[in-house]
Design a protein around this ligand. Structure first.
Ligand code: IDP
Length: 143
């Protein structure tokens, strides 16, 4: 399996709960390396652009309002099978259905406020990485 990169976003609810470090530990314990990271408070325009694929969905307005309600922590994770590994660590979209021990089971309160985002494919990961970090915002981990 080749080394991949994926986007992770710790959403405003989890940032407010002060669990960034606990979530980072899960990435690191799973063998994923953080190769870029920044905290941002998304504007309405940036949040709408990021979730444009959902713009016809009934929950779009609530999703954008939530994602702009406070800062988010955005990171690029690198490692073998990073896209799938991150999705496994996250758990199901609705925390009620998330497996025990996953980030959403432990830190999310509802499907609306579900703690984390993770790219769902390598193709979307590349788009999302470019959206937040451009073409030269990543740090190779050579040591
Ligand atoms: P994912 O975050 O697990 O990949 P997506 O289906 O891509 O899930 O949806 C993006 C985000 O939109 C979810 O994380 C969640 O915050 C929100 N969302 C998805 N489905 C619903 C819903 O039915 N009601 C309210 N919010 C939803």
């Amino acid at each position: 399996m080749a080394v991949e990169q994926t986007i992770s976003i710790i959403k405003p609810d989890a940032v407010a709960k002060n669990v960034i470090g606990q979530i980072y530990s899960r990435f690191e314990n799973a063998g994923l390396k953080i190769v870029a990271a920044k905290m941002v408070h998304l504007s309405q325009e940036r949040a709408e652009g990021f979730y444009a694929v959902h713009k016809e969905r009934p929950f779009f307005g609530d999703l954008v309002a939530f994602m702009t309600s406070g800062p988010v922590m955005v990171q690029v994770l690198e490692g073998e099978n990073a896209v799938t590994k991150n999705r496994e660590l996250m758990g199901a979209t609705n925390p009620k259905n998330a497996d025990a021990g996953t980030i959403r089971a432990d830190f999310a309160d509802s499907i609306d406020e579900n703690a984390v985002h993770g790219s769902d494919s390598a193709e979307n990961a590349a788009i999302e990485i470019a959206y937040f970090f451009g073409t030269d915002g990543l740090c190779p981990r050579t040591r």
